[in-house]
Design a protein around this ligand. Structure first.
Ligand SMILES: Nc1nc2c(ncn2[C@@H]2O[C@H](COP(=O)(O)OP(=O)(O)OP(=O)(O)O)[C@@H](O)[C@H]2O)c(=O)[nH]1
Ligand SMILES: [Mg+2]
Length: 305
């Protein structure tokens, strides 16, 4: 399956749900149509405020352009939405070395898997990649990252379970400089239930990195799981407060009915979605392309409307 098909396949549930919400407005092109559209967007987890705002802008666009059919209105909505999702992808070149990516997020969202996929991608582009196991909290976390390092032929820096994560970050910074590494990616633990601990731990990691290389970390990627819906917004708020997030990675977009969360996140925080995960394999990480995403999310207006 090619990249676009995989995205479309992944977002099928969201799309079907939107289509079924829209079928309630069968045949009408009036307030019922707009209400159904708004409901459909909210159901997909685009968010109440964002959905209301989108519909208001759509209405004025439709009036301004003299649009008279639901299909044309739907197309206009897709253009508006894609236009809102300005993106910048991760850079292809990384001077000065190492380019440091700190990966954060709550438990189980897909941080380690995303790091493995990123290592695969950078490695395939000819970059020297190192993975640093700064999640020393969960038993087995180091081993899991090690497997990804082996699979993607990345260098690997770790200490024993329970070691100080900042100390791992320090070792990884030193080692990546000594070995001429292009991209250093650091895994972290995400215990959101204790915000103070999390804040202390992440701030310490960042301090150690900066002491070694003042412009690093170059990216703080917050990984969020699309299936958690609106809760992803709370996670983004907390992590952004704690360390300042520079980009989102949205995982598990395959098979979720809450695929609209990418819109809610980028609209609410003005932070770009860098990557999306559409499966568990090493090739299942895509750049976020707003037009393809909106197409996969909304599909075509169902015939019945
Ligand atoms: N379907 C699907 N599953 C994914 C995706 N990304 C990660 N997963 C799965 O989600 C589960 C958790 O992934 P991890 O990478 O271990 O998550 P984590 O954030 O590192 O978890 P902790 O280290 O426990 O905090 C694994 O079973 C992954 O295979 C994705 O894009 N799609
Ligand atoms: Mg992990």
């Amino acid at each position: 399956m090619n990249i676009l098909d995989r995205l479309k396949d992944g977002l099928k549930k969201t799309r079907t749900q939107i289509a079924s919400a829209l079928s309630g407005a069968s045949g009408s092109f009036d307030d019922r149509f707009y209400d159904a559209l708004e409901d459909a967007l909210i159901l997909a987890d685009i968010g109440l405020e964002t959905s209301t705002d989108l519909i208001a802008r759509l209405k004025s666009e439709i009036a301004g352009r003299g649009i008279t059919t639901p299909a044309a209105a739907y197309a206009a909505l897709k253009t508006l939405l894609a236009g809102d999702l300005a993106v910048t992808k991760l850079p292809d070149e990384f001077p000065p070395k190492p380019w440091v990516i700190l990966v954060v997020g709550v438990n189980g969202v897909g941080k380690t898997t995303t790091i493995g996929k990123l290592a695969g991608e950078f490695g395939a582009a000819g970059k020297k990649v190192m993975l640093g196991a700064a999640d020393t909290f969960r038993a087995g976390a180091v081993e899991q990252l090690k497997i990804w390092a082996q699979r993607t032929k990345a260098d690997f820096v770790f200490q024993q379970d329970g070691a100080d994560p900042a100390s791992v970050a320090f070792d990884a910074m030193e080692a990546s400089k000594a070995r001429g590494i292009d991209v250093l990616i650091l895994d972290t633990a995400g215990r959101l239930q204790n915000k103070t601990n999390l804040m202390n731990e992440l701030s310490k990691i960042v301090r150690v990195i900066k002491r070694n290389l003042p412009q690093a970390p170059n990216e703080v990627l917050l990984v969020v799981d699309a299936t958690t819906g609106q809760n992803a917004l709370n996670q983004a708020r907390v992590f952004n407060e704690i360390i300042g997030v520079t980009g989102f990675v949205i995982t598990k977009l395959d098979g979720t009915s809450k695929g609209g969360i990418a819109v809610a996140l980028s609209k609410n925080f003005g932070i770009p979605v860098r990557k999306i995960g559409v499966g568990e394999g090493v090739d299942d990480l895509q750049n976020f392309d707003p037009v393809s995403y909106v197409d996969a999310l909304l599909g075509d207006l169902p015939d019945r409307v």
